[in-house]
Design a protein around this ligand. Structure first.
Ligand SMILES: [Zn+2]
Length: 245
């Protein structure tokens, strides 16, 4: 039986004493498994299968034909501080939502797995503000999935904008400088060229002050929204208290 390092993303009770668990396995990618006798609280098996837990899962099956059966699970990191703090849990939940949205079933993505578990450790430790952790995670995650936008160049005059307002169309990555915008501004969003530059992999990031974080978040939201059906933008999630300030 294979042993898989896994992040639990979602779990629901099934009948009286079992659970259906969706988890991100480093070795197997996104899996949904059946855990007999794993209802939480009263047993360690169940506790190890709570959402936002890093554990080692032993099971078998999976793939399009057969249900994965979880036989054993042991906790490696319960992320205690995340579970004890509603703010941390909300940010961790955003990361979980991202993974559930972008991962295809049964397809290993080890670099994304590492990125996600590192981001959860950062939220757990809170050395950085969670908003910054989220932005870095989303930037690297989009890049690993092949959704990194190109470094900004105006599609019309071919000028490289620097520190100025630009217009960006997330559906195809088109950038227009303000001078070239004309009447075509409807399909995209206005942002600043250095935020797009940062998202494309350049630059050293940007200050966390003021509206910059909100703007970077809006841009990241739009990009994720291009690839994840029903993505709810961070800006419209009212329970994330300590961002955008
Ligand atoms: Zn231009």
């Amino acid at each position: 039986m294979a042993e898989e390092l896994s992040l639990i993303l979602r779990a629901s009770r099934y009948q009286d004493a079992s659970k259906i668990v969706t988890f991100f396995s480093r070795e197997g990618g996104l899996r949904t498994g059946f855990a007999r006798g794993a209802t939480a609280r009263d047993n360690r098996f169940g506790a190890s299968l709570e959402p936002v837990t890093l554990c080692r899962i032993v099971g078998r099956g999976g793939g399009p034909r057969s249900l994965y059966r979880i036989h054993h699970a042991s906790i490696l990191d319960p992320y205690r501080r995340i579970h004890a703090d509603y703010n941390r849990l909300s940010w961790a939940g955003l990361l979980v939502r991202f993974l559930l949205g972008v991962l295809p079933p049964d397809h290993p993505e080890p670099p994304l797995f590492s990125l996600a578990s590192e981001a959860l450790s950062l939220i757990e430790g809170e050395r950085d503000p969670p908003a910054q952790t989220w932005l870095s995670f989303a930037r690297e995650g989009l890049s690993l999935l092949g959704y990194r936008p190109a470094s900004p160049v105006c599609a019309r005059c071919h000028r490289i904008p620097s520190g100025e307002r630009i217009h960006f169309r997330p559906s195809d990555g088109t950038v227009l400088c303000r001078g070239c915008l004309g009447g075509e501004g409807k399909a995209g969003l206005e942002t600043s060229s250095d935020i797009l530059e940062w998202l494309s992999g350049g630059g050293e990031g940007f200050g966390l002050s003021g509206g910059r974080v909100a703007e970077a978040m809006a841009l990241v939201d739009r990009l994720i929204g291009e690839h994840v059906n029903g993505w709810i933008p961070v800006a419209s999630v009212p329970f994330l208290p300590d961002e955008r300030r």
